[in-house]
Design a protein around this ligand. Sequence first.
Ligand SMILES: Cc1ncc(COP(=O)(O)O)c(C=O)c1O
Length: 299
Amino acid sequence: MSQQVKTGMQHYVEIGRQKQQAEQQYREKMRKKRFDTIAAHGIYSLEESSSNYGSTMEPLVISPAQHFENSDHLEAALSYATPAWGYTRIHNPSLHYLEETLSLLEGYGYHGETNATVTSSGMSAIFMATQPFLENPVPGVNFIADAKCYGGTFMLFNERYHKERNIDVRWIEDSSDLSHWERSIDEHTRFLYVEMPSNPSLTVVDLEGLSALAHHHNLPLIVDATIATPALMRPLRHGADIVIHSLSKAIGGSGSAIAGAIIAKNNITTKLDNEDLKANFTGYLKLWPMRDHGPHYHR
Ligand SMILES: Cc1ncc(COP(=O)(O)O)c(C=O)c1O
């Protein structure tokens, strides 16, 4: 590689490629570990610890923005040709550690790739996970939701989506009754949404039956699994496409911080004609809607 190319954009593309490859290898290694080991260490490696003053925990990056070495580095980053975080509204290395850890935990026991994003609250996770499916609202557009959901979710769906945007929310009173879900689906349904166990009634549903029903109609199943945490229940391995957590609850130590997360399997089921969204739902959210709406988590 000539000196000219080395100091140009290509240099940063190559550094990024090597970094991504090393991280992918480490992720594969951690994926084979037991659940508790993943929960304790995530993807933070011994090698990284050595370059962080030997810190046993990943560093907390509080800077709002990333330094770029020169305009080539900036150009490589802004054209998504090399991994970068740029600006904390969009991303940040601390968030990356958290996202990758949650992605591995929620994917534990699921034989496929997963992806994750963290958000500023559980409610913003619910908003960001549902909003992309409600674009281009043709007359009759609807989704089907568990009526026993958290009150904030009810308000988002009923006040913001239904009353303000005229989106038909079809509520299921008894979420364990799969025939009620089935009767509510039509050609304009965009997704099924369930909370399990629900807050506060602790209702449960046959996740495998419900995801089979959703997929039969080419729809994604979105599950708010906040109350269980991935330590007790991991809906992706039971067929769900997208999982939501309020990290403000047990998973975050109950009451230590307000945050949320969305974890999806790669290649979700949906009728939407958007290959990026299907392949890597949270990667799509981070690069496009979350960049523009700004609900990413930052501390
Ligand atoms: C099941 C469930 N989902 C979502 C939320 C919303 O989370 P947050 O308060 O972090 O916005 C809550 C909050 O109580 C909840 O219990």
